[in-house]
Design a protein around this ligand. Structure first.
Ligand SMILES: [Fe+2]
Length: 231
């Protein structure tokens, strides 16, 4: 994902609470890598900074996804984030963080947070009708139509390595067998490609979820042919 070279400061909201939880702080703008700014010619306005070849910064962005794990599965949840290529930071308090950009370690942007599912959610999930298998079958058939979020990685090699690692874990890891699954790979140049500007891989897991753990979470792992989309 695009790294921010001009982020706003973090206000006293729930995200800064996460920072306090981790004892870390959002990387201030002046300490971010200068390379991404200095090499480009900025045009545009206060709301976006367009450079030759693409968009490198925006004021409004998706900052994080908040996920839950089942009681006793915090370490397993951390392993799933690591399989996705994230770096986990866990100080042992309520939430832990998984950085999508492993170089930046920004607690306020481009991150996953995870914590144990509250009792109220677990009670609702226990009462859910037992039709989860049918739902997962639907997701297997058309993961693009499932509720999901997407993560972009930097290279096609990284994309393929993550896919291989998840496939391997889904078969060989006794704790993850049946708990994580590669649903499908859709290369950009396949005849039935949904998107011709990226390779898409859809992963399902019920170790972490931003909704009901019984339904699990679909994650779309992308590699873009062109990192930034031209305007
Ligand atoms: Fe998608």
């Amino acid at each position: 994902m695009t790294n921010c070279a001009n982020s706003k400061s973090v206000s006293a909201n729930s995200d800064s609470f996460h920072e306090l939880n981790e004892g870390g702080a959002s990387v201030p703008p002046f300490s971010r890598p200068a390379l991404r700014v200095a090499a480009f010619r900025f045009v545009g306005n206060d709301h976006s900074h367009v450079v030759e070849g693409g968009l490198v910064d925006v004021d409004r962005r998706l900052t994080h996804v908040e996920l839950l794990h089942a009681p006793g599965e915090r370490a397993l949840a951390a392993r799933v984030f690591e399989l996705l290529g994230c770096t986990v930071s866990d100080s042992g308090r309520h939430w832990f963080t998984a950085f999508i950009d492993t170089n930046l370690r920004d607690y306020a942007n481009n991150s996953f947070y995870a914590s144990e599912a509250p009792a109220e959610q677990l009670a609702i999930e226990a009462a859910m009708a037992d039709s989860v298998d049918e739902w997962v079958e639907m997701v297997r058939a058309a993961p693009q139509k499932s509720p999901h979020f997407g993560v972009r990685v930097g290279t096609v090699e990284e994309h393929r390595a993550i896919i291989d690692n998840i496939r391997h874990a889904s078969i060989n890891d006794p704790e993850l067998r049946g708990r994580i699954e590669m649903l499908g790979l859709f290369p950009h140049d396949a005849p039935d490609a949904t998107a011709t500007n990226m390779d898409q891989a859809f992963i399902w897991t019920n170790v972490i979820s931003s909704g009901p753990l019984r339904l699990g979470q679909v994650i779309e792992l992308q590699w873009h042919l062109q990192k930034e989309q031209p305007n």
